[in-house]
Write a protein that binds this ligand. Structure first.
Ligand code: GRF
Length: 215
């Protein structure tokens, strides 16, 4: 099967990037990772890309006056590889409306919460403080609303008595490494399509995301 030309955007360690690299190597996902881009020059994920023989480049947002001019510079780098899919994997920048519209329906993100609960930061602590029994991570399409785009696939776990933010982070990252390549493969192969605000799975409207339990 033809693999979708893909760019992966990171800002940090890149464990999700590594999960994609490994899934491609196993032949589990129909992605052709053409570029890894970071807005942080020291991001360890850049080394992961280089070790896998994937072109990697960094450009600091600090060199730009405003969000959109940075995003236009990023887009110029991305367009050089003509991406069909853009995967945000720990990319810690809010994207401008200009960027989101340019690649509408082609940008995926993973957010460490059961969206629509807890958009934004500190999701694990917020789930603990609220006394939640379930927590998880959600793959969604990116729209102009932060962490608010149509959801595709969520992975859930039960919050145990001894859990703190660090233990939840570890457990949830392991889930992310399973669900993110899977959801991206659905998009790459056309099983999932984003049509404006709606997501179709196998041509049927996906009103709620697919949920997988890991406990
Ligand atoms: C992930 O936990 C993801 O949910 C969030 O950023 C984190 C990235 O981690 N968006 P890594 O860089 O992939 O290890």
């Amino acid at each position: 099967m033809r693999a979708a030309r893909t760019a992966i955007l990171i800002s940090g360690s890149g464990t999700n990037l590594q999960a994609f690299i490994d899934a491609v190597a196993r032949g589990d996902v129909a992605l052709d990772i053409r570029l890894v881009f970071s807005n942080v020059e020291s991001a360890y994920g850049l080394q992961r890309a280089q070790q896998a023989g994937i072109p990697a480049l960094a450009l600091s947002h600090g060199h730009f006056d405003d969000r959109e001019s940075f995003d236009r510079a990023v887009a110029a780098k991305l367009d050089a590889v003509d991406p069909e899919l853009i995967i945000l994997a720990g990319f810690m920048r809010i994207l401008s409306p200009w960027f989101v519209r340019r690649y509408a329906g082609r940008i995926l993100n993973i957010h460490p919460a059961l969206l629509p609960l807890y958009p934004g930061l500190n999701t694990h602590q917020r789930a603990i403080d609220a006394g939640d029994h379930w927590h998880g991570s959600t793959v969604h399409f990116v729209t102009e609303e932060l962490d608010g785009g149509p959801r595709v696939l969520a992975g859930r776990l039960r919050i145990e008595n001894g859990d703190d933010a660090a233990s939840l982070n570890r457990r949830i990252q392991a889930i992310e490494h399973r669900i993110y390549p899977k959801a991206a493969d659905w998009v790459a192969t056309g099983r999932v399509r984003c049509n404006g605000g709606a997501v179709l799975l196998d041509d049927q409207p996906l009103i709620q995301p697919v949920v997988e339990d890991f406990d």
